[in-house]
Design a protein around this ligand. Sequence first.
Ligand SMILES: C[S@@+](CC[C@H](N)C(=O)[O-])C[C@H]1O[C@@H](n2cnc3c(N)ncnc32)[C@H](O)[C@@H]1O
Length: 275
Amino acid sequence: MLKQAMIGILTEVEADEIYGAFDQIGNIIILRIPDSLLHKRKTIGEVLLDKVKTARSVYCQSSPVEGDFRIRKLELLAGEDKTETEYKEHGCRFKLDVEKTFFSPRLSTERDRIAGLIKEDETIINMFGGVGMFSIVAAKKKKCHVYNIDINPDAARLCSENILLNKLKGTIESIEGDATKIIEERLLETGDRVLMLLPERSDEFLDSAIKAAKKKAIIHYYCHIHAEKKDQVASLAPQHFLSVVNVKSEILGAKIVRPVGPRFYQAVVDAAISK
Ligand SMILES: C[S@@+](CC[C@H](N)C(=O)[O-])C[C@H]1O[C@@H](n2cnc3c(N)ncnc32)[C@H](O)[C@@H]1O
């Protein structure tokens, strides 16, 4: 549909370049436009807004995902300048702000995978929980208790709203603050399962994750791995985890979550730890 919408504006090769860098989140479209097409960005935005009937706003990403909050700057190309929207996934509803909070629709499969692994009555510590995506998908699927920590006040506020929106009051607790500090203060030896979705800084927070875990627990450790070949990632990621962890660990599995650059991957290691 995107390609058809762009006939007459972009060549087929140019449309292909945009195609891989296109996300629709609720009624907002976000594009990553290559430098070579920046001069056409407003036209691209206007055409998309006209053709995609469910879109209210079209933005292009004008900075990488950056900073402690893992957020990006957006430039309005067409439509209404409103970055808050509602998004549905796996039978859950989410209010999010695509500029003030981290959000990626590309983690949808991973959210479903984690929810599938959770056992009844587990306590889960989601150290970098954002607006509550992983926590809510998990708690909708399985009877569990989740602590969703995030240092970004907007993410913590939206997580609280999302808990109510999905009727999960009492099941998930949204906590605003630094995960290390919150764990030290009130979550030591609490989690049957700890989620560490801040791949750029996992090593820095691994001690806190271990402190938050019960004597026997599962840690989902996300990291970034350079690999010449894609099929090396499933062994390189656990090798790295085992080189940094300081408690007894059994690797339950490891996989690519998504590619993040040429020969560069976001990966997850599922590990059973005992201490
Ligand atoms: C990659 S995002 C993941 C968000 C969420 N898990 C998701 O998938 O939508 C990482 C999140 O960690 C938060 N964060 C960064 N440093 C933190 C810290 N020290 N303690 C708690 N949260 C932190 C950011 O605000 C951001 O929302």
